[in-house]
Design a protein around this ligand. Structure first.
Ligand SMILES: *Cc1c(COP(=O)(O)O)cnc(C)c1O
Length: 400
């Protein structure tokens, strides 16, 4: 079908939650390249929102999905599942977690984390501990509990009354956190690097103080690593930058390279609070999703894609330090590894993004003044040079 027809059909039949989308429809991809219905080629520097970590059509992932689909797609967790056990083992052996539960998305993994935190205290006879403190400008998903956990009014205001017992504090403010903790608090939940709201890293000092505070107050620390986990920041998990470990963390986006999956990961004894019947999922952890997950995670680990993310990310940050001097409209370039935000001093992010798209490069934005870059982890320095050239050309136009 031609693009015009597809748009017409979408406008007629699909719920209008996305408004006017970027006017393109991709048919296939390879590596960091994507191709559309009109035969154009694009450089993908957004990876479907930090999902396509191995790029597009990676042979290991494609083979894993095809081979598993021929054998068994689904059977339900009423039965033992080899791939589910293997993916759980792979996560446990490479992280601080002792046990894993598979869901189908990031929001669902976070719902599981919220349930587990409450249940852990209930089973200790502390059923008055149910409140969770999260951060301003956080993003934890689109379900009713996770929008309540999210620190952004735009996702919440249409759905009031919100699921109760989530409170918010500013990022990197340990005194505010300490003040917010009360006898009902069961956990603090945060993204080590906030993604959706514009790439805002927590500081080393803050993360260490948060861990100490949680230990002192006897409450759990939950990290939402849905976006920053799995090699994106230059380490396999975001928390590894800080020398602190969470009691619970969640994964999703990149885990199966675009096949839907989420993971709730926890240390003992917290993980042990889930007993038979306490939680479940029909699709979660099925053979196909877990085969895809094993293919992606083992490739990230075996091919040291975290190191590549660190190296190419640093290369970008160094180049931008120089380029920034010529473009005062760039206020700040921040992030870690291949989780990058460029903040402008004026609300030009959308127009910059549009002009970059016209040059067949795909990026994302956050609000009016932040450009987000989340390329596949297989990206090279040469690919980055391509983006930097395009960005410089576009900014020259904008400055004039
Ligand atoms: C994307 C994201 C989510 C939500 O994941 P879904 O798979 O869309 O439900 C949650 N937390 C963070 C940090 C995210 O970036």
């Amino acid at each position: 079908m031609k693009l015009g027809e597809i748009i017409q059909k979408d406008k007629k039949y699909y719920m209008n939650t996305f408004g006017d989308r970027v006017p393109v429809c991709f048919t296939h991809g390879r590596g960091i390249l994507l191709y559309d219905t009109e035969g154009n080629e694009y450089h993908d520097f957004f990876a479907g929102i930090a999902v396509s970590a191995l790029g597009h059509s990676h042979s290991v992932l494609v083979n894993a999905i095809c081979e598993q689909a021929k054998k068994l797609i689904h059977c339900s967790s009423l039965y033992y599942i080899e791939q589910q056990a293997n993916l759980a083992e792979l996560i446990v052996k490479n992280s601080c977690a002792d046990r894993v539960f598979f869901a189908n998305s990031g929001a669902e993994a976070n719902e599981g984390a919220i349930k587990l935190a409450r249940l852990y205290f209930r089973k200790k006879g502390l059923s008055e501990k149910y409140e969770i403190i999260t951060l301003d400008n956080s993003f934890h998903g689109r379900t009713l509990a996770t929008i309540a956990a999210t620190g952004q009014e735009k996702y919440q205001k249409q759905y009031c009354p919100l699921t109760p017992k989530f409170s918010k504090v500013p990022i990197n403010d340990i005194a505010a956190l300490e003040n917010a903790i009360n006898e009902h608090t069961c956990a603090v939940m945060l993204e080590p690097i906030q993604g959706e709201s514009g790439v805002n890293p927590t500081t080393m000092e803050y993360m260490r103080a948060v861990r100490d505070l949680c230990d002192k107050k006897g409450i759990l620390l939950i990290f939402d690593e849905v976006q920053c986990g799995l090699g994106r920041t230059g380490k396999l998990f975001g928390y590894q930058h800080y020398g602190v470990e969470p009691d619970i963390f969640t994964l999703a986006k990149a885990l199966a390279g675009g096949f839907p999956i989420g993971a709730l990961c926890a240390k003992e004894p917290v993980a042990g609070a889930f007993e038979p019947g306490d939680h479940g999922s029909t699709f979660g952890g099925n053979p196909l999703a877990c085969s895809a997950g094993i293919a992606v995670l083992s490739t990230i680990i075996n091919e040291n894609l975290s190191d590549n993310a660190a190296e190419v990310g640093n290369y970008f940050f160094e180049k931008m330090e120089v380029i920034k001097k010529d473009y005062p409209i760039i206020k700040e370039v921040r992030g870690k590894g291949l989780m990058i935000g460029i903040e402008f001093s004026k609300p030009v992010a959308k127009i910059v993004n549009k002009k970059i798209f016209e040059k067949k490069y795909l990026l994302g934005t956050s609000g009016e003044s932040i450009l987000r870059i989340l390329p596949p982890l297989i990206i090279t320095k040469k690919d980055m040079d391509g983006l930097i050239n395009v960005l410089a050309e576009v900014l020259k136009d904008i400055n004039n």
